[in-house]
Design a protein around this ligand. Structure first.
Ligand code: PLP
Length: 406
């Protein structure tokens, strides 16, 4: 029987210094050497197993990186102090002044702003395309394109990228494909579908406790080592280093990721199906009405489902705000950005996580004012949650009182 990503994570065992069941935390920024020659060799990158300085690497960060490489099926992984720390380092490692990027137009607002605004400083330009059309990706490629970028399931519109098709195209053109898999850990494995680099904001599902910000770059040994290079590595030189204490706590949380993802997906599918039946405009990749549903089925691991994120369009920002405030008052979740928490989180992306995208562009990509993004929590009784959310919608006139309950 072939091993799954969950088996690979579970099979890792790094004991603590005194036989502890968790690896010891490296509580040091710098490391001592017995000889000056070994220190020099370590600086030059010639000494395996020696630590020099924790911005470069630390045992705790390596343990977490090892677990994330096992998750994504890549040779190795470098952890970073945030998802944006991972994304910006990868982009600046792959692209030089004058280069060009082809990116999905529906991506996290911070990534969009970095590509669209910040990279102008380096004369790096991005063509934003409809990622659901591999033809559009191909047409946008120029002689200067150095990276194709997308999210497996996009934030916030939940568009599903055809990673196999895009990676075939990328390989034909010899351009690396970078995929942000933050929305679909365990359910989609982009590297197995052909992506060259896989990124996560660990801040979300992978950590799952909304208590810290972190990120990771999963890829080949060559690429991850290049990121750490003391002379030219964007990871090393931009300095987005995760603290060892945080790396250790994220590693411990990762051990329950498989259980949590199943529950997030099960609960989200339940709500999506029932709200759609009630006549609401629901977007969720698990619904047959979603344009990416059959593609999702071809490239996901059904065990972990369609993910914990869904959107509902309630028609206007005013209604969206009222509904979110009322649901928070009823303790159905929190009006907060981010995702992957045990509690449901909701926000209106147009005025929060995607506010970096100009209004005109939001409209053209279908990001409407009344859209609410839900990160569905680990509620034990999701039927009760559904009934209570529905009552809020009826109270605000979003649903009529005669909607039949399941
Ligand atoms: N990628 C996606 C899909 C995100 O949703 C986010 C944050 O919301 C990021 C990356 C950035 O991650 P971080 O906030 O950890 O820097």
């Amino acid at each position: 029987m072939s091993k799954t990503a969950t088996d690979n994570i579970q099979d890792l065992h790094n004991f603590g210094e005194f036989g502890g069941v968790n690896p010891s935390i490296s509580d040091s920024s710098t490391y001592t050497f017995l000889s000056a020659k070994t220190m020099f060799d370590t600086f030059e990158g010639n000494t395996e197993g020696c630590y020099l300085y924790s911005r470069h690497s630390s045992p705790s960060n390596l343990y977490l990186g090892e677990a994330l490489a096992a998750l994504e099926g890549t040779e190795t992984a470098n952890v970073t102090a945030s998802g944006m720390g991972a994304i910006t380092a990868v982009i600046l490692q792959l692209c030089n002044a004058g280069d060009h990027i082809v990116s999905s137009r529906t991506i996290y607002g911070g990534t969009y702003a970095f590509m669209k605004n910040f990279l102008k400083k380096f004369d790096i330009h991005t063509s934003f395309v409809d990622i659901t059309s591999p033809d559009a990706v191909e047409k946008a490629i120029t002689a200067n394109t150095k990276m194709i970028y997308c999210e497996s399931v996009s934030n916030p519109l939940l568009e599903v990228a055809d990673i196999r098709a895009i990676s075939k195209l990328a390989k034909k053109k010899n351009i690396p494909l970078v995929v942000d898999n933050t929305f679909s850990p365990l359910s989609i494995a982009p590297a197995k579908l052909g992506a060259d680099v896989v990124i996560h904001s660990l801040t979300k599902f992978i950590n799952g406790t909304s208590d810290c910000v972190a990120g990771v770059v999963c890829g080949t040994k060559d690429f991850c080592l290049a990121l750490k290079d003391v002379n030219n590595g964007a990871g090393m030189l931009l300095g987005s280093t995760l603290d060892s204490l945080r790396a250790a706590s994220i590693l411990k949380n990762m051990r329950t990721l498989h259980i949590r993802m199943k529950k997030h997906s099960e609960n989200a599918l339940y709500l999506a199906k029932n709200f759609e039946k009630d006549g609401l405009r629901v977007v969720y990749p698990g619904l047959p009405s979603h344009p990416g549903h059959s593609l999702m089925k071809k490239q996901f691991s059904s065990e972990f489902g369609y993910g914990g994120i869904l959107t509902i369009d309630v028609g206007s920002l005013e209604r969206a705000n009222k509904l979110m405030e009322l649901m928070q008052k009823k303790n159905l979740g929190y009006l907060a950005v981010s995702l992957g928490f045990y509690k449901t989180l909701f926000s209106a992306p147009g005025t929060s996580t995607s506010s970096e995208i100009p209004e005109e562009e939001q409209k053209s990509m279908g990001l409407t004012d009344g859209l609410i993004r839900f990160s569905i929590g680990l509620d034990n009784d999701i039927h009760r949650t559904y009934s209570m959310m529905k009552a809020c919608m009826i109270q605000l006139g979003i649903l009529s009182a005669d909607t039949v309950s399941v």
